[in-house]
Design a protein around this ligand. Structure first.
Ligand SMILES: *Cc1c(COP(=O)(O)O)cnc(C)c1O
Length: 394
């Protein structure tokens, strides 16, 4: 056992089943551990390091900013926060405003508060119910874990806030909408649930049905947002107009940040919501640098080129290992291979690490890939070579 793991066991609460490996440096999709072993990173810290490790542009923007000022509180104007909001709104193409927090769960808490206030002040009866999907994931706070449609996460922590209703499938949602429903919250591609994209036609029909009933559509883009599925937002890929969108993971390039954005620009008043850290100079500057970089990267066609190449390599692995994999799933740089049994999946992930490529699990049986969006052809080739070796040694 490493020294770090020993100390972790002694001083850190055991909420993670950590792998005993410690990365000490990185460069784009490359990682180096404390034994100087090299890896290709197909995880990007669960979709966070969207611009790669040790990104020079993001790092120099952060360094320049924090050499002047890091934090003042939201009592005063913060230029980088305003700039980040402007970039987010402009890149989304939606007529919205932003609120900044520090994580995905917090962004979703903001979304739920907006929906609840809307439900309180709009209409005759108070509406408070929020419908979410089975196998969804919306966070770990008491409210967002209750919004998460996974019964196994609802042990121990009750009583929970009332008003969360779970739909088994997209087509069950309409039947669950009643006079007390204020919103429906979905992921367009379920991430933690197993890299499961929703059907575009079904999503568009849902959006239309909800609009006709004056029920809000919240799209949780904490994982799908910031170019992960090819466009800035998966909502753009699905060609819908949500009322509320949340972002977090890929937005800060590793610096904690979360955003809830909404077309209900006047719903919240001063004092309704707030955050000490949210959108401070550090995280907002990181987000601005990430947004500038990825906007250019997508515009240049490079993101699409590498996404196509990555998926081509994944398709090769899939078609040559049909004994292990049952399907290839996902959109853009959010992809997965369904594995025919859970034991095999764990072995693949462990072998992959030994062979020098980091991959993720999602749901019960999905091998998940969330590479940095800036991953190069050479890094993709190396990663898949290692993955092929990992599969050969099963
Ligand atoms: C990761 C994730 C969250 C939670 O984000 P945190 O930053 O861990 O709070 C919420 N929703 C989705 C879709 C996610 O993938």
């Amino acid at each position: 056992m490493s020294n770090t793991q020993e100390l972790d066991n002694k001083y850190v609460l055991p909420t993670y089943a950590r792998v005993d490996v410690e990365f000490v440096s990185g460069d784009n999709a490359r990682l180096v551990d404390s034994d100087e072993k090299k890896y290709i990173d197909f995880t990007s810290g669960i979709g966070v390091v969207s611009v790669g490790h040790a990104n020079k542009k993001v790092n120099s923007a952060i360094c320049e900013q924090i050499s002047n000022i890091t934090h003042t509180s939201n009592l005063y104007n913060i230029a980088p926060q305003v700039k980040a909001a402007q970039k987010i709104v402009e890149q989304s193409g939606y007529d919205m405003k932003c609120f900044f927090g520090n994580s995905g769960a917090e962004a979703n808490e903001g979304a739920i508060k907006i929906a609840r206030k809307f439900g309180e002040i709009d209409g005759e009866v108070k509406r408070y119910k929020i419908i979410t999907l089975q196998h969804s994931f919306h966070g770990r706070t008491i409210t967002t874990v209750k919004a998460t449609g996974q019964e196994s996460m609802h042990n121990y922590f009750g009583p929970f806030p009332d008003g969360f209703v779970y739909a088994d499938t997209m087509s069950d949602i309409e039947g669950l909408v009643d006079d007390h429903t204020c919103a429906v919250m979905i992921e367009l591609v379920q991430g933690e649930g197993g890299v499961q994209p929703q059907d575009k036609g079904e999503v568009q029909a849902l959006a239309k049905m909800l609009a006709s009933k004056n029920v809000l559509l919240i799209v949780d883009e904490v994982q799908t947002g910031v170019y992960r599925t090819g466009k800035f937002l998966a909502s753009q890929v699905y060609e819908i107009q949500p009322d509320i969108i949340t972002l977090a993971k890929g937005l800060g390039g590793g610096v904690p940040i979360g955003v809830v954005m909404t077309s209900l620009k006047d719903i919240l008043s001063a004092g309704d919501h707030g955050s000490t850290f949210g959108g401070n100079y550090l995280s907002a500057t990181a987000a601005c640098a990430v947004l500038d970089l990825l906007k250019e990267y997508a515009k240049s066609g490079e993101l699409e080129k590498m996404t196509t190449y990555f998926n081509q390599k994944l398709e090769e692995i899939y078609s040559t290992n049909r004994n292990l994999f049952t399907s290839k799933v996902g959109i853009g740089m959010m992809c997965g291979l369904r594995v025919n049994n859970a034991d095999t999946l764990s072995k693949i992930i462990a072998n992959a690490k030994d062979e020098g490529v980091m991959v993720l699990k999602a749901g019960k049986n999905t091998l998940r890939f969330l590479p940095p969006l800036t991953i190069t052809k050479e890094e993709i080739d190396e990663g898949f070579k290692s993955l092929n070796r990992a599969l050969a040694t099963l």
